[in-house]
Design a protein around this ligand. Structure first.
Ligand code: KG4
Ligand code: ZN
Length: 341
């Protein structure tokens, strides 16, 4: 039996969740809107907002789960990777609460947690290939067990979410542009414009930096002839960009799953909220008779329920962290799991 409170503060969302024996009882999130006007997350503003939000968010998570602080068995928190100032707020809060209550502290790797979001309300069978696509990461991970994994492919430059956001910015859409591209793409023609899908030395790696450059040059050329080109072609533009990114992700996932003879495929990270990606991913699994796991929308983008899920499995393995555990801006999953998070 484990009753865990988990805290996530790695970027611009302050979140807390309570989980009992691996079942989520509450999942509270305060998303910071302040960054929209700056066109990206401003680290200093994010840390200040976390300080304001953390107490009410944790209070609400406990209340919603109908749990009192002194009933908790452990506190989980995101140690990294992420913005170090933001991570410090969650870490300091988690450490003080664990110390005051005299219960263990569990340091969770944010990327590992994104994968374990697939175990909320569903049970993918090992081994499976997980495609993690977020604003900062794009990885193909061979999951052998909850705490045993191997990265078999990753981006050599931009992340998939970054590709969505940077292309959106070129088109003139506000940050974060991924969800807006998804929205406008619905009425567009995905094959109207074609953009490159670069080859990489390792066939399971990704490269996205060329896409934004090709979108930029293409639009410079078109708007020189017709200044209204973007406004007149917004759905087709969004649809074609989205199709390029999604098709590339799907082809690589297919290769990875075949190469490693897995039982299934799973999707996670903020970009897994993308409607075309979800649809194509499910289709890929069906065509190859693979199991398919895709998290519910609320567990795709940053949240604390996924941190709670990872903390739950670390708790079972008794992988506790000491009070002097420092947040890490960069922290590889393999390192986190080898060191005993
Ligand atoms: O995992 P996440 O919430 O934060 C990070 O840890 O990075 O991912 C955020 C990323 C952003 O780049 C955002 O544009 C993208 O996920 N995203 C989407 C969609 N929803 C969020 N990209 C494409 N389509 C969406 N529907
Ligand atoms: Zn994330």
């Amino acid at each position: 039996m484990s009753l865990i409170l988990a805290i996530e503060s790695s970027c611009d969302d302050t979140a807390a969740s309570v989980c009992k024996d691996g079942k989520i009882f509450s999942n509270i999130i305060a998303s910071q809107r302040i960054h929209e006007e700056w066109g990206g997350v401003v680290p200093e503003l994010a840390s200040r907002d976390h300080i304001k939000n953390i107490l009410p968010v944790v209070d609400m998570a406990l209340k919603k789960a109908n749990v009192k602080k002194n009933e908790l068995d452990a506190i989980g928190f995101t140690r990294g990777p992420g913005l170090v100032g933001s991570l410090h707020v969650g870490a300091a809060f988690a450490k003080s609460l664990a110390l005051a209550l005299g219960i263990p502290l569990i340091a969770v790797n944010h990327m590992h947690a994104h994968i374990l979001a697939n175990f909320i309300g569903q049970q993918p069978s090992f081994p499976f290939i997980n495609l993690t696509v977020s604003g900062g990461h794009t990885q193909l991970v061979l999951m052998k067990d909850y705490l045993s994994l191997e990265i078999v492919g990753e981006t050599i430059d931009d992340a998939a979410g970054e590709a969505f956001d940077k292309c959106a910015k070129i088109i003139g859409l506000p940050y974060p542009g991924g969800p807006l591209i998804d929205k406008y793409a619905r009425d567009g023609d995905p094959k109207r414009f074609s953009f490159p899908k670069p080859k990489t030395a390792n066939e399971l790696d990704f490269s996205f930096s060329g896409l934004k450059t090709s979108v930029l040059y293409f639009l410079q050329k078109e708007t020189a002839q017709n200044p209204n080109f973007i406004a007149e072609n917004l759905p087709d533009l969004c649809s074609s960009i989205q199709y390029t990114i999604v098709d590339y992700l799907i082809q690589k996932t297919k290769k990875a799953a075949k190469k490693h003879s897995v039982n299934g495929i799973a999707l996670s990270g903020g970009v897994s909220a993308n409607s075309l990606l979800r649809q194509k991913f499910q289709q890929l699994a069906k065509n190859n008779r693979w199991d398919c796991a895709v998290p519910a929308f609320e567990y795709c983008t940053d949240n604390a329920a996924m941190i709670a899920m990872a903390a739950h499995h670390l708790y079972i393995a008794k992988r506790f962290a000491s009070q002097d555990t420092e947040p890490l801006a960069r922290w590889e999953m393999a390192e986190a799991l080898a060191a005993g998070e």
